[in-house]
Design a protein around this ligand. Sequence first.
Ligand code: LLP
Length: 421
Amino acid sequence: MDHFLYRNGALHAEDVPLAEIAAAVGTPFYCYSSATLVRHFKAFDEALAGMDHLICYAMKAASNQAILTLMAGLGAGMDVVSGGEYARAKAAGVPGDRIVFSGVGKTRDEMRMALSGGVRQFNLESEPEMEVLNAVALEMGVVAPVTVRVNPDVDARTHAKIATGKSENKFGIPITRAREVYARIARMPGLKAIGIDVHIGSQLTDLEPYRQAFAKVAELTEVLRADGHEIIRLDLGGGLGIPYERGNTAPPLPHEYGAMVQEMLGHTGCEIEIEPGRLIAGNAGVMVSEVIYVKQGEGRDFLIIDGAMNDLIRPAMYDAHHDIVPVIEPAPGVEQQPYDIVGPVCESGDTFAKQRMMAPLAAGDLVAFRSAGAYGAVMSSEYNTRPLIPEVLVQGDQFAVIRKRPSFEEIINRDTVPEWV
Ligand code: LLP
């Protein structure tokens, strides 16, 4: 459930009409609901209540400082994948011992940054990385807490670009090599293995792949313990999917996921850590855009809107579906018609939906893209020198701009022209 509902014929974010925000900040913009973010975090927290656990929000999904500060206030840890994300977590007040550092290509500088600022653990993804972290930690005279991300070779049954747990993916080390790798770590004085990490993909709509992966992790926990390693923490990654299309069958809910985790891994006695991103932020955000033109093509009508692929890349990149709804609720019984909904960018890929059934719309009308809170603003760019669109956070009847739209001047002034051109 989210907090974007029609009231008196107008789509609201909590108690604020989206049209009011549009009038104040201009379109397009992203709008997040605090109540939805909090609700989703709590759903996971309650789902894992029976186990010692920490929810490390995967900030790659939506990393505005206001969202991070909200999450930090709830006691969330953070999953970070770059020095920039680490800096964001610290700036939001997250203590180092709640920050997990993931990612296949951590640099020495990033390792130093996390080791000096504090880190819960590094999730290691390869043996070369292990050697480098050992060297960096020794140089600094510290011991780095680590898990190894194992690749369980299971099919997450999701979009190929966001599946990560098959042996052909670049992520983790093959689970079959885990014993050797942990034995190597035990001989590295700069590292201390404390657990196991696994993340098999994103937008999972079925618990079965998780079960398969977690069964392998449970088995590996026993094997590694028998080898003399102290395995006290299991990081299970993120990936639980969200309903993008209303009316379709919904993915499992956090409490079902939590029950499965308990069933598969509760007996290990390990502390459980999860890294959800999409489920927390996805349905907590919408992108609002205005219709610029309705263009009649041959055999089809185009809705040309002021949002584009640079603002929300998911449809162009993953053929992702986003529900697109009018901000003013259509009168009951009004006949829908098909539209191709496109942005102004000079590429045919700048298409959000083809032949989407919508109540008739006209220039100046507002539409909202649902489920745009995760992997929306964070993946946007200034292609076509379209300024990054504002982000707005709503709480009850108040809203605030949490990232403003840059002016053209600010964009231009980021470049420098050498005197010799
Ligand atoms: N942990 C790790 C190690 C990850 O790689 C990811 C996502 C997460 C946690 C969070 O997964 P989530 O709970 O959000 O599914 N841009 C794509 C999604 C990329 C996901 C990358 N990794 C999209 O728009 O669908």
